[in-house]
Design a protein around this ligand. Structure first.
Ligand code: OFO
Length: 169
């Protein structure tokens, strides 16, 4: 059985994951309005991933005999300055989420909750991958600067991204 403190913290993380989904869906819509279909696809897949992260937590809380408490999701930004701005804000957001996951693992470790600690390690690894992917994209966007040809090459690369659902249970 999960402790009340960890249950509350994971419920708050479920909200953060759904907010992340919302945030990336807003970015996908922004990229679509700029006809950057590859960028829009990248963020649409990111939206699907974040939803799956939330649902993985959701099932975990239930499996551990806890209660899922869903709360209001904040409104994400509706506009962005540029494709580079979108990736920079993504990186900043992922660093915030990494901190939050690390705090959850600290709490699980403090409580000697081995099941939660083991479960949370999946998220620790996922955050390493997410930050690395986005850091690379921020750097590429900075390299191309105002080169429209470069922008279209990256846009084309991002069309290939597909959503692979993680095991939920
Ligand atoms: Fe759920 O990993 Fe991004 O936020």
């Amino acid at each position: 059985m999960i402790s009340k403190k960890l249950e509350d913290a994971i419920n708050s993380q479920i909200n953060k994951e759904f907010y992340s989904a919302y945030f990336y869906l807003a970015m996908s819509a922004y990229c679509s309005t700029k006809d950057l279909d590859g960028f829009a696809n990248f963020f649409y897949v990111q939206y699907q991933e974040e939803t799956s992260h939330a649902m993985k937590f959701y099932h975990f809380v239930l499996d551990r005999g806890g209660n899922v408490v869903l709360t209001k999701i904040d409104t994400p930004p509706a506009d962005f300055k540029s494709p580079l701005d979108v990736f920079e804000r993504t990186l900043e957001h992922e660093q915030f989420v990494t901190k939050s996951i690390n705090e959850l693992l600290d709490l699980a470790t403090k409580e000697n909750d081995h099941a939660s600690a083991s479960f949370l390690k999946w998220y620790v690894d996922e955050q390493v991958e997410e930050e690395a992917t986005v850091t690379k994209l921020v750097n590429k966007m900075k390299l191309i600067g105002n080169d429209i040809g470069g922008l279209f090459i990256i846009d084309n690369e991002l069309k290939a991204r597909v959503f692979t659902p993680p095991a939920v249970k």
